[in-house]
Design a protein around this ligand. Sequence first.
Ligand SMILES: *Cc1c(COP(=O)(O)O)cnc(C)c1O
Length: 389
Amino acid sequence: MIKIEKSDRLNSLPPYLFKEIDRKKEEVRKSGVDIIDLGVGDPDMPTPLHIIEALNRAALDPANHRYPSYTGMDDFNKAVARWYKRRFNVDIDYKKEVVTLIGSKEGIAHIPLAFINNGDIALVTSPGYPVYDIGVKFAGGQTYFMDLLKQNNFLPDLGAVPKEIAPKAKMMFINYPNNPTSAVATGEFFEETVAFAEMNNIIVCHDAAYTEMAFDGYKPKSFLETAGAKDVGIEFHSLSKTYNMTGWRIGFAVGRAEVIQALGQVKSNIDSGAFQAIQIAGIAALEGDQTCLKETNSEYTSRRDILVDGLVNLGFSVERPKATFYLWIEVPQGYSSAETASRLLTEAGIVVTPGNGFGAAGEGYIRMALTVGKQRLKEVIERIGSVGF
Ligand SMILES: *Cc1c(COP(=O)(O)O)cnc(C)c1O
């Protein structure tokens, strides 16, 4: 037997906050409780049929069985460029300004390897998608957290980044519509971000995973619509949430050519690109009938309203989100995020995510994902009502 010693990299990861919840969840499940899981941001609805059929056809073609291009098929990257033009009126050069990803998480986790040297600083929001911070740390960098606070509509206060930090920062990660707060960005905030990045020479990475999951006629903007944005950064996109394709692993990044190409260079040394049949299915998703998207968003709208109305009736403080399938709910007075999540699980059989799992500034909140059907959400409200906070 040899002695197994994990790297400092793994040992220095923050403790896994969901471990305790996972353990309790198993315990509660074993005791026979019918658990309702609003914890994970993973769509419960199936991938639309025309996308699956495109995969089936492509999977039968031996030309797709070989190694794909590292940075994506021309056809997929062209479809991305056309989608950007159609959806955001942004011009993208498919040859230089697009890279295909094996899910956007893959690109987000790898991009710090292209720019971060030991000790370099990256600006990351708290709360935030945990991969930004971990990707930076895996690359040997340090994270400076910008808090997302209710009084700032959950947008980072760029002016509050200390004068000794901002010029040293090499990259920043932002994400709107936002997970976990469900906040949306204003055009003004994106303009400030471009100016801040120009002034401090910072590469902006905007995670736009939720631009298509929006309600009540609201159309989220791409960061790249902002004047000068393509000079300072890139945008990550994912087919996962838009087309119920989390399991397929397909996403992309677009923007400043040198940044995209450096990410491609990292990837060419690590992976060998996304399965071509999946890229072909991705083209079918981006270019096919978009009725599926309308239907999905209409379902999320109904779910959102059941849960928001019910929670407000029970005295909770929660905004009605314009986008994303998350509710960011203030915990009842006197409770921490963890205590609230724990009571909901043990007394109501409901799994939610404690806000501090997304960073220290998430304390005081819990996140619920709208990933179960309407009947179940009505039951969530009944169950929380009978717990009483
Ligand atoms: C779900 C999610 C992603 C990742 O999606 P992929 O499946 O890896 O494309 C990226 N960012 C945020 C904020 C997410 O919530």
